[in-house]
Design a protein around this ligand. Sequence first.
Ligand SMILES: *Cc1c(COP(=O)(O)O)cnc(C)c1O
Length: 218
Amino acid sequence: MNIAERVAQVYSQIPANVRLIAVTKQVDAQQIRQTYNQTKIRDFAENRLQSALEKKPMLQDLSDICWHFIGHLQSNKAKKVIQEFEWIHSVDNLALLQQLDKIALQNNLQRSICLQVKALSDPNKFGWTISQLQQEFAEIEKCQKSLSIRGLMTILPIGLSSEQKIAAFSTIRDLAKSLSASSTVTLDQLSMGMSGDYREAVACGATMIRLGQAIYSL
Ligand SMILES: *Cc1c(COP(=O)(O)O)cnc(C)c1O
């Protein structure tokens, strides 16, 4: 199967309102262009700033691409990431969130972000734990001068059963609901689901899925 066929297969399995984001960290600018030309995908994601800086200049004519940052973000790269990406899914601590809001304001840029949460304890993954997020939410809420806090993002540990994936994604969905109900923030986006678990994620209400391997058969 080629890219167009693999993308068509994914679209046939998800509701029309789920946003399919192509994760292009393992492919070059030419394959991004090919994806753009052969599919209706307009959302592309990178997890490293450097790699995005190398590819984006070659794609400048594709002006309706929406770029998403999905990797761990170090504070020294925050300004550049704010300038280069419309969405940041991987905001994983309060200090970073505060910094991003300040930089976006200084640069007069409006940006959408997701808060990265760990659905299960996983020492290898970045993100708030559920209880940390709840405790810090009053401070988090204040960071909307130039950021729009749109939803939650999660990455599950590998090796879970389908039932365990569903339980974990449902926990994140319910958390977004309860935080929205008890604050001024509307967390209506759920960035969850990768190639190995997007079916479960969509069943649990994912609004954005981030796929690499499923599109590029890596
Ligand atoms: C690489 C990556 C993906 C895509 O993973 P696949 O298994 O290739 O679909 C999604 N989200 C994040 C944060 C990633 O780093």
